[in-house]
Design a protein around this ligand. Sequence first.
Ligand code: PRP
Ligand code: ZN
Ligand code: MG
Length: 222
Amino acid sequence: SAPEGDRLRIAVQKSGRLSAPSLELLTAVGLGFAPAGDRLFCAGENAPVDLLRVRDDDIPGLVADGGCDLGIVGADVLGEFAAGAGVRPPSLLRELGFGRCRLAIALPQGLNWSGPASLAGLRIATSHPRHLAAWLRANAVAAEIVTLSGAVEIAPRLGRADAVCDLVSSGATLAANALREVATVATSQAVLVGRAGGLDAARAAIAGPLLQRLDAVLGVRG
Ligand code: PRP
Ligand code: ZN
Ligand code: MG
């Protein structure tokens, strides 16, 4: 077992679609945490495991640089990070089966769609510029990518973009902003990520049984 002081750090989304199901999954594998409230750091109550509650977009970087050992994040956020230059991205350890969504192109009323070529010359707002660039390239379309870190759906109304490329789950956000989904760029779900180089022996000793219980839980969930 792990020496005193060696603790495993797991990064989860602080507030968003993945927050509640991430905590439910960690509870299902037997980890107990005091109610989080507004705290960004939660010490495990029954295991040497700590929770860091952060912005989902920061999770791949935190795991890549060793600030956290494991993380639960959307495959879309991981892919966007991995497509960037420089740092070695975290390893994808498990697909978790929740947080399913798609990265989609959506248009405001008044823009016609007859395929990707309809986007030629338009400005497309997104927080996934690398996914979008790859999709535009694959479809041989030249468009301008407007990178925003959030509230992408509001960009056409603000005149900052003609179209958007954003995550769609229920579709409620698109509907609320009078946007029409026209094409899928990528599909996503929550994934467990870990340090690319693997964990040191002490942390591997903590993570091993957790991953075994996780596999049992995921198996039950089918
Ligand atoms: C995504 C996306 C939309 C919303 C769509 O945000 O950016 O805002 O979910 O979901 P809906 O189709 O069910 O309305 P996310 O939860 O990933 O949060 P973030 O943009 O703050 O990372
Ligand atoms: Zn995000
Ligand atoms: Mg959002």
